[in-house]
Ligand binder design. Structure first.
Ligand code: C5P
Length: 234
């Protein structure tokens, strides 16, 4: 079994991120670098986290014209990331451009093709949010629609909430990898996550990767917390 834990480095600066990453790298499969850390620490943080030996998931959720997304994806891959995110609501042409850029850039560099993950409807959005911007107001329908479009556009992965895994597994091709946040072990508080699954439940439902933040980095012993989670998956 590959280690499906992606530990979110939701910390404000490079020093804190590197310290956490060095501590827990042997117990996780990848680290997620998001907008807060990347914007504060700069692209060099990717190199420093990669130096721990772990894979990097760059979660910057690109959403722009196809030409710009093509170049952004290429830049991310040159930084040596293994997973990255784009917004599926950018449309089919943008997603095809992103995937092509990943394939082309990886081939040029002679590295495995990174996983371009499509983000569908943010879990902070509800029907009213979708209606406000003139979209299909049924969240489930909009998620399915965007997920299918992403698969048709050649994306090989999607980010989804724990409670979307089962529905998506029924409609998307089996090779499409699902990455899910909203994971709680039951031992900690749910924080602001409202719909959670345990790591084991999420994998059983069909997730390939688990994005885990506070249950690891806010634990008294983050390394032990990650190891314990991995243990529940064996
Ligand atoms: O601390 P926690 O485990 O809730 O962190 C989850 C991580 O996944 C955070 O980095 C959060 O931004 C991200 N995420 C999420 N829900 C989404 C998409 C991303 O919690 N729908």
């Amino acid at each position: 079994m590959h280690n499906p834990i992606i530990a979110a480095l939701d910390v404000p600066n490079a020093a804190a991120a590197v310290q956490l990453a060095e501590l827990i790298a042997p117990a996780v499969g990848a680290f997620k670098i998001g907008g807060e850390l990347f914007t504060a620490a700069g692209p060099d943080i990717v190199k420093r986290i990669r130096a721990t030996g772990a894979n990097v998931f760059l979660d910057l959720k690109f959403h722009d014209i196809p030409n710009t997304v093509t170049k952004s994806v290429a830049s991310a891959i040159r930084l040596n990331v293994q997973m990255l995110t784009i917004h599926t609501s950018g449309g089919g042409e943008m997603m095809r451009a992103a995937e092509k850029s990943a394939q082309d850039t990886a081939q040029q560099l002679g590295v495995p093709v990174p996983l371009v993950l499509g983000v569908t409807v943010l879990t902070s959005s509800n029907g009213a949010t979708l209606a406000e911007i003139g979209c299909e107001p049924d969240v489930e329908k909009q998620v399915s629609r965007l997920a299918l479009l992403a698969a048709q556009s050649g994306l090989r992965g999607l980010v989804c909430s724990p409670l979307e895994i089962i529905a998506l597994r029924k409609i998307i091709p089996a090779h499409v990898q699902l990455v899910t946040p909203g994971i709680r072990t039951g031992a900690e508080k749910a924080d602001d996550q409202k719909r959670t699954l345990t790591p084991r439940e999420a994998i059983a439902a069909g997730a390939n990767w688990l994005v885990i933040g506070r249950p690891i980095y806010a634990a008294e012993n983050p390394r032990a917390a990650a190891e314990k989670i991995l243990e529940t998956l064996r």
